[in-house]
Each structure stands twice: as C-alpha cells, then as structure tokens.
Ligand binder design. Structure first.
Ligand code: HEM
Ligand code: SF4
Ligand code: SF4
Length: 517
C-alpha cells in the first residue's frame, strides 16, 4: 500500500496557501495553524481549571448529580454556568485542534522516521481524549447522558467480554447506584491524569517543544470561549429517567458522533471501523509513501561524530531539535571532558548539528577537512567544494550565492549565470562561516539565505537557530566583519517561489546600487 502524498500534492499546496493567507492576516507569530499542538495544551488546561471549579460543587450520586449541575448552571450562572460552558467549549476546541494537528503533521509528512514516536503516542492521546469527553457527558446525568450511556453499553455488549449484557444490567436500579456514579466520576478525574502523562511522553523526544501559544493568541481564544459561554450557555437536557427512552436529543458531534453511527451500522461494524482506523493510523509511519520529501529511513545515513574534531563543546546538543545527540565522558584520551554521541533511532538526518559544530568552519585550510559531527552522505568539505565550484562559474557585476533548504522553496529554480545555489536538508545545516567565506575575497557580491517560513520550519528549530546565528545571538555566530548589507534573509515555503524570486531581484538591485551601477 503506497500513501499518495507527492511533495506538491494538491492538499499540501492548499494548506500552504491557507497558511500564507493566515500569515498575512495574523502574522507568523499568531497563525493558529502553527500552534495547534500548543493550543491543544492550552485548551487542556482550560478544561482542567474549569473542571476543578465544577467539581467543587458537583455531587456524586444518582439523585444528586443532575440537581448539582443545574444549580451551577442557573443559580450560579455568572460563574458556575460560565465555567461549565468553558469546560464544554474548551473540550470541543481540544478535539478540533487535535484533529487539525494530526492532519497537518500528516499532510506535511512530519510523522515518519524518528517522528513515529510522537505520532503513535498521539494516536493513543486521540482515543484517551474521546474516552474522557464521552465519560464527561455521563456526569451530568441528563437525557443526553442516558442516551450516551445506553448507546455505549450496547456497543460494548458486542464484545464477548461480559457474561451478561451491560445495557440490560445497567437499566436495573441495583446497578445504577451511587457506586456507579462514583466510578464514572473517578474515571473522569483519572483519564485526564493519564492524558497529562501521555502528553509528557508525546513530546519527550522533541527538544524545546512549543507547549504554550503566544499570549495574544491564547487571550484571543479565551475571549472567544467566554463570548460563546455567555451567548450560548451550555444547558442540560432534562433529568435522566431509565423508564423513558430519550427522544429529540441534541448531541455534541465533536465527541458523541459515534452514537448515531450505531443507528446506521451494527456494533460489530463500528468496532471494525474504530479498531481498523486506529491500527491504520498507528502503522502509517512505516507504510511506503510517495512523499518525495520524506527520505527512506535507510537511504540517508544519520549523523556521525568524528572524535578527532570534537571538542565536547555541546553546541550540537543544544541545537538538535530531536534530542538525538547526548554527551558522554571522553573515551579517546584527549584532554576534553566530554564527547558527543548520536542516538541513531532519534536522528532525522537534518544536519543542524553540523551547522552548529565549530569545526565545520569553512576557513579551515585542509582540502578534505571533517566536522566534529557530519552527515556521512553530505560531508562538509564536499559542501564547501560544491559551493566554490558553483561560485567559480558565476559571471556579471552582481553575483549572488543562495543558501536554501530542501523542504522549502526550490532554490534550484533560481540558478542562473550570476546566481549560484546550495540546498541543504535544513538551512540550519549551514555554518555561518560559509556565508563569510562566500563573501570573502569577492567570490560573490551578495548572499541570500532562505528556508521554510518562520515558525514553520520542517525541522522545527532550523529557521530560528539560523536567524539567531546570523544576528550573533547564538553560537556559532556570523562574525561582525561580515557586511550585513550584503546578506539578505527571506523565508519562503515551496508555495512562495515567486515571492522569493522578487526578493532576489530586489536584493540584486540594491547590491547594484551599492556598487554604483
Ligand atoms: C491533545 C492532543 C495533542 C496535543 C496537546 C499535542 C501537542 C503536541 C505538541 C506541543 C507538539 C510539539 C510541537 C513542536 O514544538 O514542534 C507535538 C508534536 C507532534 N504531535 Fe502532537 N499533540 C496531540 C495529539 C497528537 C495526535 C493525535 C497526533 C497524531 C496522531 C500527533 C502527532 C504529533 C507529531 C507527529 C508531532 C511531532 C512533530 C515534529 O516532530 O515536528 N499529536 N504535539
Ligand atoms: S542530523 Fe544532527 S541535528 Fe539532525 S536529528 Fe540528527 S543528530 Fe539531531
Ligand atoms: S558541536 Fe561539534 S565539537 Fe561541539 S560537541 Fe558537537 S560534535 Fe563536538
């Protein structure tokens, strides 16, 4: 089975266009599609805080639950009612951002290779969040809860695990007792604790995960939820009565869509769908794909440390976005304390560590010099030779070297008699010294650095690290002597090639003016 996601697939182009429009409206810093995971965390916290308030007033028991929720909704509408609505709407928003996050990671191909870990733990989170949400509806013990409980029990009855049908025994008053309510209310506290634990596991292999959206985005979301809570407060749908089958129920389609499905399909078919979908989602990272950007795991060898050139400075550890480099005590007798070690299972072959390593310095004199940490298929000396050969062919008064990234706008299309290009697995694989080297002794008049859009780096931190290195805020820094007016940064996704071409033209004109042309 081949997953049909060519790099420039229609869906991918639509997504990038949509994100481009949102960037124009909100700016890259507030684009909600760049913060779906962080918004997931945020809505989870809103659910926890509002839930804690509701829980303080909630009474556990068959005769107590419904009136206690009614009290909050009506008598204390200004706080308890608002908290109840926030709890509901934030839970719905959590499902929305979670599903969008899943789709986005899939469409952009960010789920394979070493990223399988975040993907598979994400699939587990998906079902845990649905379980917590459905369970939450039962707490109210209104007609919707009754409908949901019976539909769920009937669905579970299909599984050959209970000696007598749960839906039958549930309807009887002996089982439907206060102990049952204690159980569901216990589950409604315990499942979110598991969710929190799995959220921690979900991001544990990612370095510096973005778990908080920007403050203005968070405030905007909270304000939206509050307005919704005031304009359309959440209400119960009449007390449950096991003697009367509920009719004309309004269901929450974000969580309870599974119940109407059971009206159309048999319980067995719905189980087959749920289990089948879960298995398919879980094995997705290992299914073959036509996505050109996703390297076949074994084709691109992972980073390799060359101890002779490693001083144990830890810069590669600080810059690796996947926690794939660790330090250990020196093993070769050199006078340094530590040495870098690559954890192969975590490495996605982005090359960012090579860009961070001080020994990648382009001014080193040896022809076949090596870096402390190298991509075996893209050795640093080979990159310098490729850059030099390409620049040597340039003609004209204004010659430009463009450094770019394989995951962003295709810079090969910019190549011309006065433009040389070097595309890397991630722009942060570029040691800043390469820029100084290109500008040195008039190899070229200008250098254009490009890569994925800001806040949307395919390798998460590559754009940020490059910006900081070029503005001398992060090691390895672009040295002061490099003339900043001969260097231009422009961030462009594959859909932004035209904009990048215009930027190149404006840069060229500026350089020309500077030369007095
Ligand atoms: C409530 C549920 C979820 C929350 C709060 C959440 C949150 C996050 C966060 C904060 C990150 C780190 C983003 C970054 O800094 O680059 C992340 C990464 C990721 N998530 Fe989720 N996630 C959730 C569910 C899911 C689901 C359901 C899937 C897919 C099945 C998924 C797949 C991924 C993948 C593949 C990454 C790694 C991306 C990368 O390496 O660039 N997540 N998630
Ligand atoms: S190539 Fe380097 S920076 Fe990238 S994941 Fe591997 S070890 Fe980390
Ligand atoms: S950046 Fe280079 S020198 Fe520093 S620890 Fe990593 S491999 Fe060693």
């Amino acid at each position: 089975m081949i997953i049909p996601i060519p790099t420039e697939s229609f869906v991918r182009r639509v997504l990038l266009r949509l994100e481009g429009i949102l960037n124009k409206i909100f700016g890259n810093d507030l684009n909600p599609l760049y913060y779906l995971g962080a918004l997931g965390f945020y809505f989870f916290w809103v659910v926890v805080v509002s839930g804690a308030y509701i829980y303080a007033f909630y009474k556990t028991g068959i005769e107590l639950s419904y009136p206690s929720v009614e009290y909050l909704t009506h008598e204390q509408w200004y706080l308890g009612g608002v908290m109840r609505s926030l709890h509901r709407y934030a839970s719905d928003a959590l499902v929305v951002v979670m599903v969008l996050h899943l789709l986005r990671e899939f469409i952009l191909g960010r789920y394979r290779g070493a990223r399988w870990f975040a993907w598979v733990t994400g699939v587990l989170l998906l079902w845990m969040i649905f379980a917590a949400g459905i369970n939450g509806y039962w707490m109210v013990w209104d007609k919707l809860a009754q409908y949901s409980v019976v539909a769920t029990m009937e669905w579970f009855d299909w599984l050959p695990i209970f000696s007598e049908p749960m839906s039958q025994s549930f309807i009887s008053r002996e089982v439907l007792n206060d102990r049952f309510f204690s159980l569901i209310s216990f589950a409604h506290v315990t499942i979110p604790l598991f969710i929190l634990f799995f959220l921690w596991i979900h991001i544990m292999r990612i370095s510096k995960p973005v778990v908080n959206p920007r403050r203005r985005l968070a405030l905007g979301m909270l304000l939206t939820l509050l307005i919704l809570a005031l304009v359309k407060p959440v209400l119960s749908q009449g007390s449950a009565d096991m003697g009367i089958e509920p009719v004309n129920i309004d269901i929450d389609w974000f969580y309870l869509f599974i119940h109407p499905l059971l009206d159309v399909w048999s319980a067995g078919e719905v189980w087959a769908l749920v289990i089948g979908l879960s298995v398919l989602l879980s094995v997705l990272p290992w299914l073959p794909t036509r996505h050109k950007q996703i390297p076949k795991r074994k084709q691109i060898p992972v980073a390799e440390v060359h101890l002779k050139d490693c001083s144990g400075c830890r810069l590669c550890v600080a810059d690796c976005p996947y926690e794939a480099v660790v330090m250990r005590p020196r093993s070769d007798g050199m006078h340094f304390l530590e040495e870098a070690v690559v954890v192969p299972d975590r490495c996605v072959s982005c090359g960012i560590c090579t860009g961070a390593c001080p020994s990648s310095n382009a001014f080193r004199s040896e022809a076949g010099y090596v870096s402390g940490i190298e991509m075996p298929s893209l050795p640093i000396s080979g990159l310098r030779t490729a850059m030099m050969n390409d620049m040597a062919k340039l003609e004209g008064d204004v010659r430009i070297m463009v450094f770019g990234c394989d995951n962003a706008a295709n810079i090969q299309k910019l190549r011309s008699e006065n433009v040389a290009v070097l595309s890397l697995p991630c722009i942060a694989m570029l040691p800043p010294s390469f820029i100084e080297y290109a500008l040195h002794e008039h190899h070229v008049e200008g250098v254009l650095v490009t890569g994925c859009r800001q806040n949307d780096c395919y390798h998460r931190l590559g754009v940020l690290w490059t910006e900081r290195r070029l503005t001398a805020q992060r090691e390895p820094r672009l040295r002061i002597r490099a003339e900043r007016d001969r260097i231009r940064q422009y961030w462009a996704a594959s859909a932004d090639l035209k904009e990048l071409e215009s930027e190149l033209e404006s840069f060229r004109s500026g350089l020309q003016r500077g030369l007095g042309g």
